[in-house]
Design a protein around this ligand. Structure first.
Ligand SMILES: [Mg+2]
Length: 404
């Protein structure tokens, strides 16, 4: 029997969440932007009115303002986005425990085993879930319904906002095959360019291509993509409750226009790190390694990483570390097409917290830190690991006092 897979995608997520707390923003062209005071700040999301002016995600504020001078800018509130994201997933979990978040505003659901509980078709059940998110949370989602993840994902993108699209065994050739290959899950710009060079521009052309030939040019991925194009994605949807702690948390962006120079790069890095830092908190962990990946307009990639002296989840520390990596790699003097910042070497918050927060509270020299560390070690040895919470202050919203 075919599976029933849903892909649920929140429409204009960041902007929708901002409009929840500030309804007046519904009536003006509005965008969420990292670093809104800087003209180099990056547009992260926009509402429908701003979209009508041509405002695009991943462009700079000054580009957006050229098209829409009255654009209202709002700084991002990533912790709020995570909170709402959890509430939305909680609704999905009323239907199945096979809920697999794919980023902050999308989830795959496998409803195969629960369909018998509901006297309706999969698409009708998708409509019910959609209506619940709209009425209980106040935002809209679009839903793709299919027999595999890859087609469900294409379905959620097919019609939006607030719509359901069914992609079945019967209609997938009609709906999916005319789409551009770049719409397919895991086909990036580079893979799309490689395929296009072989005369493969649509999913249908990919489906009809010789899989052996694809493997020769794309490796293992070639066979996988061929399978995907023919509806052969059999990957399971994982349980919400059995997700592993991530090994790293990264965020990347391909900019609308290449960026160059300290100010533009800093604005880009800062937009990326905002959400990385929020996710570190969300997962209750800190990072000991910061990585950057810089892609130039010719797709050449430079990767750099460094190990931190102490674990952190502070955005300012991650931003400065990423900036010095990029500076050292000569990245401030050339065109950058895409940037990724990754927090790696993650450690659980309770392993890292004591050291960091005592140090930042004292803000002392390295020598003093050494001696504090020695003292802490001694106290912990005698009284146990959880015995020290000095200098640690959490605001009610969960953020650190030390971070602005
Ligand atoms: Mg979305």
């Amino acid at each position: 029997m075919d599976r029933v897979i849903l892909h649920c995608d929140c429409n204009g997520f960041f902007a929708s969440v901002e409009m929840l707390s500030r309804p007046e923003l519904r009536d003006v062209p509005m965008a969420v932007a990292g670093d809104p005071e800087s003209r180099h700040g990056i547009i992260l999301a926009k509402n429908e009115l701003a979209k009508a002016y041509g405002v695009q995600t991943a462009e700079t504020i000054w580009q957006a303002k050229k098209k829409c001078p009255s654009l209202v800018l709002v700084p991002p509130h990533h912790e709020k986005y995570h909170e709402i994201s959890k509430l939305v997933n909680k609704i999905y979990l009323d239907y199945t425990d096979l809920v697999d978040p794919f980023g902050i505003d999308e989830s795959f659901l496998d409803l195969t085993a629960s369909m018998h509980l509901f006297p309706m078709s999969p698409a009708e059940l998708a409509d019910v879930i959609r209506a619940r998110v709209r009425s209980e949370i106040g935002i809209t989602i679009s839903v793709g319904v299919s027999f595999c993840r890859v087609f469900a994902k294409l379905g959620s993108d097919y019609k939006k906002p607030d719509a359901t699209t069914l992609i079945s065994r019967e209609n997938f050739r009609e709906i999916v095959w005319p789409m551009s290959v770049s719409a397919l899950l895991f086909v990036g710009k580079r893979t799309a360019a490689l395929l296009e060079r072989q005369g493969i521009a649509t999913v249908g052309e990919l489906a009809a291509a010789d899989p052996l030939h694809l493997t020769r040019t794309l490796g293992e991925a070639g066979a996988t993509l061929h399978r995907y194009a023919n509806g052969g994605d059999t990957e399971p949807v994982r349980s919400y409750y059995h997700r592993e702690r991530p090994k790293s948390i990264g965020n990347g962006m391909t900019f609308r226009r290449n960026i160059v120079g300290e100010d533009e790069v800093r604005a880009g890095v800062s937009a990326l790190v905002d959400s990385v830092a929020a996710r570190l908190r969300e997962e209750n962990c800190k990072c000991t390694v910061v990585q950057v990946q810089i892609k130039d307009p010719e797709f050449a990639v430079i990767q750099r990483q460094t190990t931190l002296k102490r674990a952190t989840w502070l955005r300012s520390e991650i931003v400065e570390t990423a900036m010095s990596l990029i500076r050292a790699a000569g990245g401030l003097g050339k065109m950058i097409r895409a940037l990724t910042v990754t927090a790696a070497g993650l450690v659980a918050d309770d392993e890292a917290e004591e050291q960091l927060d005592i140090f930042s509270a004292l803000d002392e020299s390295a020598e003093k830190r050494e001696s504090v560390e020695g003292t802490l070690h001694e106290i912990r040895r005698r009284f146990g690991k959880g015995s020290i919470q000095l200098g640690y202050y959490k605001k009610p919203d969960g953020s650190d006092e030390s971070e602005s």
